[in-house]
Design a protein around this ligand. Structure first.
Ligand SMILES: [Fe+2]
Length: 296
């Protein structure tokens, strides 16, 4: 068992600033039906809105976001922005928040847009396992994954389930060392095949741990998919090693936890930490709603 990592830092927005952010956004756009639809805004519209919010808050909102970006540099490379009032304006508030943190990431499907609606009942599963319940990085099926993932909680699970988990790359490396040894960590630093719709060959090659860049890429399923689709042949040894690493990560308990409340935005450095959520027993009926945007 690896020691638990440090708590996820919180950047708290004062109530006066939060109220001005919300009123500025609500007066500029028609209210969105949070939880029932996801409204994507054009980049131009988001930029105009961001400037209006910056001006109305006398720079306090962008300052809070700059503080957040600085905090993200340190372990566990994730931060919660707390205090936003997002009722009726969730998608636009997330768009304005994320706009300060990076450029939008292009999803494979243009219809996907910049903001996605996440509900437990539509989470992807493989072999009976909900993929979001396993520690992973986002967009492992892209040649270059996104740099930041921003998750806004609109409605939490009523039973208090679906706790967000974050594991820093340092803790993940320690788990790899403990479960696979020095040679295993070295092997995870070699290129692995990832099933990729954005690669002309259907596969992109990249290490799990990029030791030179200090980055991590992880979702075992994406490597297995490359083999299942007969694009590569995985050796039995590699398949076994990946399973051992996955089990060791999930058994380690070496993650930080946060139960997101309404208006909380969890910002993750997708190159330097893994994330997942705890299981939700009644996923089909859970009213949990998150909005997500990915940034380059
Ligand atoms: Fe994710």
């Amino acid at each position: 068992m690896v020691a638990k990592t440090e708590p996820i830092p919180v950047v708290l927005l004062d109530s006066g600033t939060a109220a001005v952010v919300a009123s500025t956004i609500r007066s500029a756009i028609p209210p969105a039906l949070d939880g029932s639809e996801c409204v994507n805004r054009s980049q131009e519209e988001v930029q105009v809105l961001s400037r209006a919010v910056a001006s109305a808050t006398s720079g306090r909102f962008p300052e809070a976001l700059d503080r957040l970006a600085l905090t993200l540099i340190g372990s566990p490379h994730s931060v919660v922005l707390r205090g936003l009032d997002v009722s009726g304006c969730g998608p636009a508030t997330l768009a304005v928040t994320a706009a300060r943190l990076g450029a939008p990431f292009v999803e494979p499907d243009p219809a996907h847009g910049a903001i996605s609606l996440l509900r437990p009942r539509t989470d992807r599963s493989m072999a009976g396992q909900v993929l979001n319940e396993l520690l992973h990085t986002d967009s492992t099926d892209r040649v270059v994954p996104n740099r930041l993932s921003c998750l806004l909680c609109v409605v939490p699970d009523v039973g208090g389930q679906g706790v967000s988990r974050v594991m820093s790359i340092t803790a993940a490396r320690a788990v790899a060392l403990g479960s696979l040894g020095v040679s295993g960590v070295e092997r995870l630093g070699r290129p692995h095949p990832w099933r990729s719709g954005s690669s002309p060959t259907g596969v992109t090659w990249a290490p799990v741990f990029n030791h030179r860049r200090g980055s991590i890429r992880w979702m075992r399923n994406t490597i297995v998919q490359a083999s299942d689709d007969r694009l590569v042949k995985l050796s039995a040894g590699l398949e076994h090693e990946l399973k051992v690493f996955e089990r060791a990560l999930e058994a380690s308990g070496a993650w930080s936890e946060v139960l997101l409340g309404p208006g909380d935005v969890l910002v993750l450095d997708n190159r330097r930490c893994l994330h997942s959520r705890s299981p939700i027993s009644r996923a089909v009926s859970s009213d949990r709603v998150l909005l997500r945007t990915k940034r380059r």
